[in-house]
Design a protein around this ligand. Structure first.
Ligand SMILES: [Zn+2]
Length: 289
């Protein structure tokens, strides 16, 4: 091989330009990667109540409980059975911030998810998501701060009246789940047994303070908004007794309004699909400025 080829030097200026180019490419990307995890503040929970029959669940019972790799929440029914509890108020179990409020496909219907900050026994601040499903009406929007006991919606029968009226209620310790339960372990690594958690934390020390709370943690939170064909009913409807109710049904305060009517523009409530670092890099390289 000729000597001049083997000894061909790489000019320092070329190295400098390459370095500069890489630095300029990567700096905005890493900034984006950090900004995709964002924070807000919310009030620390001073305790947790039941989501129906405020605050002690009076007039309701758990028709179907939590089971790992099975039913990932609890189904709360009115004592009257059937659809006697349809339209009953559903309450936020604690102070928190609404991180999801949508009519969602695949058997869910109207869903609200609220994120709560609370102090664990070890003194650390922890977070938990409470999910309220099959709602007839949603009364809160994403980003809204809610109080313990505030009405977040009403008990419904799910999409196309799939079920006898009941509340499907979940508690997640993993804040990434959102509506993608399929991506996470269906066990205690991801979930709490709702009633067990609530019973252990009915009364927490009152703290009049806001804490930094992560938001936008859901991965691919909404791949299929409900704008689809009617859904086939794969499961038989829930059976329940149809005796007369022996309790006075709670009422939804007149001040509570549905947020569903205002959602005429689906795009406005559909979160933008989050892009991976690689996707952003490719995008940046294909559109150099
Ligand atoms: Zn359920």
């Amino acid at each position: 091989m000729p000597r001049f080829v083997r000894r061909l030097p790489v000019p320092d200026s070329l190295l400098f330009i390459t370095g500069l180019f890489l630095a300029l490419m990567l700096a905005p990307c890493s900034a984006l990667a950090q900004s995709s995890q964002s924070y807000t503040t919310t009030r620390v929970a001073d305790g947790f109540d039941y989501p129906v029959g405020k605050p002690n669940g009076d007039g309701y019972y758990i028709f179907r409980g939590f089971s790992p790799n099975g039913h990932l929440g609890e189904d709360w029914n009115g004592n009257g059975g059937g659809d006697t509890d349809e339209g009953d108020p559903v309450y936020s179990i604690a102070h928190g911030i609404v991180v999801f409020s949508e009519d969602y496909a695949r058997g869910w219907g109207n869903v609200v998810i609220i994120r709560h900050a609370y102090r664990e026994n070890n003194g650390q601040i922890a977070f938990i998501d409470s999910l309220y499903g099959h709602l007839k009406m949603r009364a809160v929007r994403v980003g809204q701060q809610v109080q313990r006991g505030q009405v977040v919606g009403t008990i419904g029968c799910g999409p196309h009246r799939m079920y006898a009226a009941h509340l499907h209620f979940e508690l997640r310790k993993d804040l990434r789940v959102g509506m993608r339960r399929d991506l996470y372990p269906r066990n205690y690594q991801t979930y709490y047994t709702p009633r067990t958690f609530i019973d252990a934390k009915r009364n927490l020390r009152y703290e009049d303070r806001l804490v930094r709370t992560p938001i936008n943690t859901f991965l691919k939170s909404n791949p299929n908004r409900i704008e689809t064909e009617p859904i086939d009913l794969p499961n038989p409807p829930m059976t329940s007794t149809t005796s007369t109710p022996d309790t006075v049904r709670p009422v939804v305060p007149e001040s509570v309004e549905s947020v569903m009517d205002a959602e005429t523009n689906p795009a406005a409530v559909t979160p933008e699909k989050s892009k991976s670092f690689l996707e952003r890099l490719v995008e940046k390289m294909s559109h150099p400025k």
